[in-house]
Design a protein around this ligand. Structure first.
Ligand code: PMP
Length: 368
């Protein structure tokens, strides 16, 4: 470890949701339900899958390194220029690009104490320092949600990036339009604001901001989105950033050639057109969220109201043993102790059947 640069030594590796195959090898289980990675329980758009099958035969060819078609389709849908879009191998790749371009030793990035795990990884890998800000304790704002005042107080002359996921993973908390806008307006000019909208498509509240509306007003704003969640293409790894042209140009200079694969590019382009699939996804998610909420209320378990396709619930005691016991029942959820929530577990909104299987397993585990 002494060979690694200091930022790497202090990192904890990203812990992905446990793969189904791993559980199959460990326990003899009839059915395994994975609600651990905020994947789409309806799968992917059939139209996207059809395109993937069609172009598999061209696997010997490099993908379009500039993602011309996908960028054109995105630009049209979002009302921006293709030159404002940077594609990534998932939005994680884009987050990493931002860190590589704007962070370095001596610089720092500010994010919430319950922020998405990739922010500290990208920050420290770039040799910069992460400055986590405490979240709301419930006295002034929604408990566990971003405390924007605390974040502003952490910004100093060496801060170059602020990361905000809206809604946030794993808390599901949402910042409203006015509060997020005032925060962006209060940031000094030397700070890049990343508004990570990985769960944007699930928005169902009138106060859900669309940070793209503010790109012209804030030249240092980067909005990131993904095809992994509502579009159901997590395995194909496509995400993107939208920003002003100048920032997009900088990101594209550092981007690896061919960072998005050919199947992902084609599938994402087709998925964008399948508005019916997206609507069905969002509707099913709303219904699933309500079902989860009702289930937790019935069991007198606290949960954090979520604007995403997942929900974190509070066991009131260390969650790790419950997580393990659920695994033995064939239900994979996500421990969030590494996100500063040791008593919570995060469950992805599954189908009605999956949610019922989850609660039945939880009841067996909790002995109620
Ligand atoms: N941002 C947030 C807030 C997320 O929850 C996730 C997925 N876990 C991502 C970014 C990254 O998703 P992907 O790389 O699949 O686009």
């Amino acid at each position: 470890t002494t060979l690694a640069v200091p930022g790497i030594r202090g990192l904890t590796p990203y812990q992905p949701g446990k793969p189904i195959g791993e559980l199959e090898r460990e326990f003899a289980l009839e059915r395994i339900v994975k609600l651990a990675s905020n994947e789409n329980p309806l799968g992917a758009s059939p139209k996207a899958l059809e395109v993937v099958r069609r172009i598999l035969g061209a696997s010997h060819l490099y993908p379009d390194g500039n993602g011309f078609e996908l960028k054109a389709a995105l630009a049209q849908k979002l009302g921006v220029e293709p030159a404002q879009i940077v594609l990534g191998n998932g939005s994680n790749d884009v987050l990493d690009l931002v860190a590589r371009v704007f962070l370095a030793p001596g610089r720092n990035a500010v994010y919430s104490e319950h922020a998405f795990a990739v922010y500290p990884i990208a920050t420290q890998t770039a040799g910069a320092t992460g400055k986590p800000a405490p979240a709301h304790d419930g006295s002034r704002g929604p408990r566990f949600g971003h405390d924007l005042q605390a974040m502003l107080e952490r910004v100093d002359p060496d801060t170059r990036v602020v990361f905000i996921a809206n809604p946030n993973n794993p808390t599901g908390t949402l910042l409203g339009r006015c509060e997020l806008h005032s925060f962006l307006a209060a940031l000094p000019e030397h700070v890049i604001a990343v508004v990570d909208e990985a769960y944007f498509e699930y928005a169902n509240s009138p106060d859900h901001p669309n940070a793209l509306d503010w790109l012209e007003e804030f030249p240092g704003l980067i909005v990131t989105r993904t095809f992994s969640k509502a579009y159901g293409l997590a395995g194909l790894r496509v995400g993107y950033a939208v920003s002003g042209r100048e920032v997009a140009d900088l990101l594209n200079r550092a981007r690896q050639p061919f960072n998005v694969n050919a199947l992902g590019l084609a599938a994402a382009t087709a998925a964008l057109e399948d508005t019916g699939f997206l609507e069905a996804t969002v509707q099913a998610n709303d219904a699933g969220l309500r079902r989860l909420e009702a289930g937790f209320r019935k069991r007198c378990l606290d949960f954090i109201p979520s604007a995403g396709n997942f929900l974190s619930f509070d066991l009131g005691r260390p969650a790790a043993p419950v997580f393990d016991a659920l695994l033995r029942e064939g239900v994979i959820v996500r421990p969030v102790g590494n996100y500063g929530l040791p008593n919570h577990l995060r469950v992805t909104v599954g189908t009605t059947e999956e949610i019922d299987i989850f609660f039945a397993a939880l009841d067996r585990v909790l002995g109620s």
